[in-house]
Design a protein around this ligand. Structure first.
Ligand code: SF4
Length: 297
């Protein structure tokens, strides 16, 4: 089966740098990663093999050295870690740090901060934990919470689709025409590149495979976009998740991957897809020759 790759896919620089930092530290000393460093099971296992431990809460940390997630950690939490004697290494992507800076700027202008993103996602948690008040929105219904706010400052979780973010900002402006709304676009460039590349890929392939863990927001968003563009879409975490029956009627499949998916996993999925026969041409050609015999051609 032919596999067509998106122009932009897979791991971004922010995730690569975070993994390099954590692996380097884990090989030298006992280290704990606080939260998931990145949303990928294979990466978590690779870190554990290198000796890193994982903790979800500060109380569970059992080493002095702590690596903070690529998704960003609030100042409040970092201060707590320092006051308890931990030595921290921040693996936050600079494009996530940019969101924290943008929110601080909007708040300093006297605006009510609004984050367009997934409530409870670790990146959103890191942003809002430092704020006295904040509204997280993801659907138009959520905008009701902004009634009576005269000055509003809006940012977005880095991995949200730009299209969704812009439509929510426009809806906000329509609903509150008298409010002074300032929007800073903080969707990261690698996310934009992967979404745009998927649009081009979907124009060439009716079936798309997205490689990415189930907890990866940007992989999920890629799969949602592919479906919205009319492609039959399968999101898999690894090659073993692929089922040959999905591709029995397919000659060409499009392949993309989220920003936390390691190259090795993408390569394995690609080779497995290439080794699949895809559409059963023997059956269609047998049918064709039978038709030809019957019709005398
Ligand atoms: Fe940074 Fe964007 Fe990658 Fe997140 S997805 S680590 S914000 S480059």
């Amino acid at each position: 089966m032919e596999v067509r790759l998106a122009d932009h896919f897979g791991m971004c620089f922010g995730v690569r740098d975070a993994i390099d930092l954590a692996l380097g530290l884990a090989r030298e000393q006992p280290v704990t990663v606080l939260g998931e460093l990145v949303h990928n099971e294979e990466v978590v296992q690779e870190l554990e093999t290198a000796g890193a431990r994982h903790a979800h809460e500060v109380d569970e940390i059992a080493t002095q050295t702590v690596v903070l997630t690529a998704h960003g950690t609030s100042k409040r939490r970092q201060l707590r870690l320092h006051s308890e004697g931990f030595v921290t290494h921040d693996a936050a992507c600079p494009l996530v740090t940019r969101v924290h800076t943008a929110v601080a700027k909007l708040t300093a202008e006297g605006r009510h901060p609004v984050v367009i993103g997934q409530q409870g996602h670790v990146e959103v948690q890191g942003i809002i934990e430092d704020l006295e008040e904040c509204t997280v929105v993801l659907h138009e219904d959520d905008l009701a919470a902004l009634a009576g706010k005269p000055r509003i400052g809006v940012v977005a979780q880095t991995t949200q689709p730009l299209e969704l973010v812009l439509s929510l900002v426009n809806a906000m402006r329509r609903r509150y025409p008298r409010a002074d709304i300032r929007f800073i676009d903080t969707v990261c460039q690698p996310t934009k590149d992967r979404q745009e590349a998927l649009r081009r890929l979907a124009a060439e392939c009716s079936v798309v495979v997205v490689v990415g863990g189930p907890t990866s927001n940007n992989s999920r968003k890629l799969a949602e976009l592919a479906r919205k563009l009319g492609c039959r879409t399968y999101q898999v975490a690894r090659a073993d998740d692929l089922k040959p029956e999905w591709f029995r009627d397919v000659d060409r499949v499009g392949l993309t991957a989220g920003t936390s998916t390691p190259d090795r996993v993408i390569d394995e999925v690609r080779s497995r897809l290439e080794s699949m026969p895809g559409r059963d041409h023997s059956r269609s050609s047998a049918k064709q020759s039978a038709t030809s015999v019957l019709s005398g051609h």
